[in-house]
Design a protein around this ligand. Structure first.
Ligand SMILES: Cc1cc2nc3c(=O)[nH]c(=O)nc-3n(C[C@H](O)[C@H](O)[C@H](O)COP(=O)(O)OP(=O)(O)OC[C@H]3O[C@@H](n4cnc5c(N)ncnc54)[C@H](O)[C@@H]3O)c2cc1C
Ligand code: FES
Length: 256
C-alpha cells in the first residue's frame, strides 16, 4: 500500500483526562484509504529531545472532514509534547503504515483493548459494523481513569468494561470478564491490543476455545518503514518486522 508524508493541521486537541488526549488532524489533500490496524509515524517537532518519530494507531477517520484522529496516552517527552499542540499548528505524519486486521469468518467478533490499546479498535469496530458484522467491545484498564471514550464504540456494538480496582465495570482483568465464562464461544474472532501480558493471556484463552485471534503489537519502533529492524518479532514463518509485516499478527503465528 502506498505511503504518504503530509503536514496535517491540528483542528482539535481534546484533553480527555490527566493522561489521555485525542488529536484531530486535517489532511492537506484527500485522505487515502486507511485500514483498521494501520498506524502513523509522527514527527514530534515541538520536543527538543524526541529525535525519532513516534508510532500511533489511527484512531478514527472522518472522510467527510478529511480528518483523522489519534488517541494518545502521555508516557514520556514525545507524548507530553504532543499533548501541548495548539489548534492551527501542524504535525508531520508518514501514513498509513503496516498491515490491517482481517475479517472474521462468522458474524460475531470480540474486540479487546487494554488502556490506550483500545485505540485501533474504534476503526475496526466501525469497519466491521459497516460490513454487517456484530462486534462487541471489551475495554479494560487499571481504574475508571483508563476507560476513555467508551461512548465512541457504542454505536457499533455492545461495550463491556473491566477495571483492576473495580471502579468501573466488572472487577478484574479483561480475561476474567464473565464473557469468557459465558458467551465466548459465540465469537468467530478475537482482536486485541494492549500490554503484552494481556495479549498473551488472551491468545491462550482464544487457543483454548479454538477462536482465531489477531493482536496488534506495540513494539518499540524507530523508522517505522522496515529499515532499522528494531521492531522484529519471531514468528513460525521466521523473523518479521512489526512495522511492515505487522503490527497485526495472528497469535498462532507468534513465537511468544
Ligand atoms: C504500532 C504502534 C501503535 C501505537 N499506537 C498508540 C496509540 O494509538 N496511542 C498511544 O498512546 N500509544 C501508541 N503506541 C505507543 C507509543 O508509540 C508510545 O507510547 C510513544 O512512542 C512513547 O513516546 P514518548 O516519547 O512519549 O515516550 P518515551 O520517552 O519514548 O518512553 C516513555 C516510556 O514509555 C515506554 N514506551 C515507549 N514506547 C512504548 C510502547 N510502544 N509500548 C509500551 N511502552 C512504551 C518506554 O519504555 C518508557 O518507559 C503505539 C506503538 C506502536 C508500535
Ligand atoms: S521500526 Fe524500523 S524496521 Fe520496523
Amino acid at each position: 500500500m502506498k505511503k504518504f508524508i503530509h503536514d496535517f493541521e491540528v483542528t482539535c486537541n481534546h484533553s480527555i483526562s490527566d493522561n489521555y488526549f485525542a488529536l484531530y488532524l486535517k489532511c492537506p489533500v484527500s485522505l487515502p484509504e486507511i485500514l483498521p490496524g494501520q498506524f502513523a509515524e509522527v514527527l514530534v517537532s515541538n520536543s527538543a529531545t524526541t529525535y525519532l518519530r513516534r508510532p500511533f494507531s489511527i484512531y478514527d477517520v472522518d472522510s467527510g472532514k478529511n480528518e483523522i484522529s489519534l488517541l494518545i496516552k502521555k508516557v514520556g517527552n514525545g507524548t507530553i509534547a504532543l499533548s501541548k499542540l495548539q489548534i492551527g499548528e501542524t504535525l508531520n505524519l508518514i501514513y498509513p503504515l503496516g498491515n490491517s486486521f482481517s475479517l472474521p469468518e462468522g458474524k460475531k467478533a470480540l474486540l479487546i483493548g487494554g488502556g490506550v490499546g483500545i485505540a485501533p479498535m474504534l476503526l475496526l469496530a466501525k469497519h466491521l459494523h459497516s460490513k454487517g458484522y456484530k462486534p462487541d467491545v471489551l475495554i479494560g484498564g487499571r481504574s475508571s481513569q483508563d476507560i476513555v471514550e467508551r461512548e465512541k464504540y457504542e454505536p457499533y456494538g455492545k461495550v463491556y468494561i473491566t477495571t483492576d480496582d473495580g471502579s468501573a465495570g466488572e472487577k478484574g482483568m479483561v480475561t476474567q470478564h464473565s464473557l469468557f465464562s459465558g458467551k465466548i464461544k459465540e465469537y468467530s474472532a478475537i482482536y486485541a491490543c494492549g500490554p503484552e501480558s494481556m495479549m498473551k493471556a488472551i491468545a491462550r484463552l482464544a487457543d483454548n476455545y479454538q477462536i482465531p485471534c489477531e493482536i496488534s503489537l506495540e513494539n518499540t519502533m524507530a523508522c517505522g518503514i522496515g529499515a532499522c529492524l528494531c521492531c522484529v518479532v519471531e514468528t513460525v514463518d521466521g523473523n518479521k518486522t512489526t512495522c511492515i509485516e505487522g503490527p497485526v499478527f495472528n497469535t498462532r503465528k507468534l513465537k511468544w
